[in-house]
Design a protein around this ligand. Structure first.
Ligand code: FES
Ligand code: CO
Length: 327
């Protein structure tokens, strides 16, 4: 499993507007996204093969071609140059081509991969559940490696400190035993219990909440929260949150959350505000961690039984041959 053969999220779908190319970065590669005249999204290296100008400064023609801002060369979806305005009769040969990347849309995001591979998109089971409403939060630009951010997401023992009064309390910091098993895409941690003062937007009282965590790809994870019966004010509350991270550089990441919630009434911004509060509590701590890369040698940092999900994540990354954002 190599980083470049994975699908990476690069932008909100809605951020790629018609006729407006968008510059993004993944794995230190500048990429331009644009929509053709049919609305399909495409990705090319953000560097014109003629004289190196940024294609993202150009425009999309009415025919759905990407036009370079410098000399107006036009490029089709697969990267083929179709028109050189300085030589209108010239038919560009196949070698006149911009570097092309595969692109697709899912989970409210545009996904790109740098090299062909066998992996599919990270699975998010709740996406297909019509009883749950889906919406995105982010992007957040974070000065931390993608694996540090995943590991923070799997970590329950920081709740009473970083999220005191929200997801945890200094009065109830003990982490009970939980189970961790490896899976083909990462790991599954079940039976993770926490006492939470305000476990979600609708909490009116503290609740014992059971979490399941799943690492679904090297830079993607899903948590599912199940409040214990009778301890929550809102019956039937269910929530599943996917964390999707774009590794921009080894130590910079762009982060989105995909929420799947049973609440169809609250406005988007209210649901996003809760997640925003939680993540902006995490962000300064994440950005303070050194080294910024995630050390895969288990002797490099200290671990306890409460950290066994993160230890399993480090083992998975090492076995997968992941090199970006780790050390
Ligand atoms: Fe793009 Fe010349 S640099 S057309
Ligand atoms: Co946190």
């Amino acid at each position: 499993m190599v980083e470049s053969t994975l699908w990476h999220p690069v932008a909100l779908s809605e951020a790629v507007a018609a006729q407006a190319p968008l510059a993004v970065h993944v794995l230190e590669q500048p990429v331009v996204l644009w929509r053709d005249d049919q609305g399909a999204v495409h990705a090319l290296a953000d560097q014109c093969p003629h004289r190196g100008a940024r294609l993202s400064l150009g425009r999309v023609t009415p025919q759905g071609r990407l036009e370079c801002p410098y000399h107006g060369w036009q490029f089709a979806a697969g990267g083929q140059c179709t028109h050189v305005p300085a030589l209108p009769a010239f038919v560009p040969p196949p070698t006149h081509c911009a570097r092309h990347f595969e692109a697709q849309e899912a989970h409210g995001l545009v996904w790109v991969r740098i090299a062909p591979g066998d992996q599919g998109l990270p699975v998010f089971t709740a996406e297909g559940d019509a009883r749950l409403r889906k919406l995105n939060c982010g992007p957040y630009d974070v000065a931390a490696s993608a694996p540090r951010i995943i590991e923070n997401f799997l970590d329950m023992s920081h709740f009473g400190f970083v999220h005191e009064g929200w997801l945890g309390s200094r009065e109830a910091t003990a982490i009970g035993d939980y189970r961790v098993e490896p899976t083909p895409t990462g790991l599954l941690a079940t039976g993770c219990k926490a006492w939470q003062p305000q476990s979600n937007l609708h909490s009116t009282a503290a609740a014992q909440v059971e979490y399941t965590y799943e690492v679904t790809a090297p830079y993607a994870a899903v948590l599912t929260k199940v409040p214990e019966a009778g301890t929550t004010a809102v019956d039937g509350w269910r929530e599943s949150i996917a964390l999707f991270i774009c590794p921009v550089t080894p130590v910079r990441s762009r982060v989105w959350f995909r929420l799947a919630v049973a609440d169809f009434d609250s406005p988007d911004d209210k649901l996003q505000a809760f997640q925003h509060t939680i993540f902006t509590q995490d962000q300064p701590v994440l950005e303070s961690q050194t080294p910024q890369c995630l050390p895969l040698d288990l002797r490099a940092e200290l671990h306890t039984a409460a950290d066994k999900a993160s230890s399993a994540y480090r083992r998975f990354l090492r076995q997968s041959g992941i090199t970006f954002g780790v050390c």
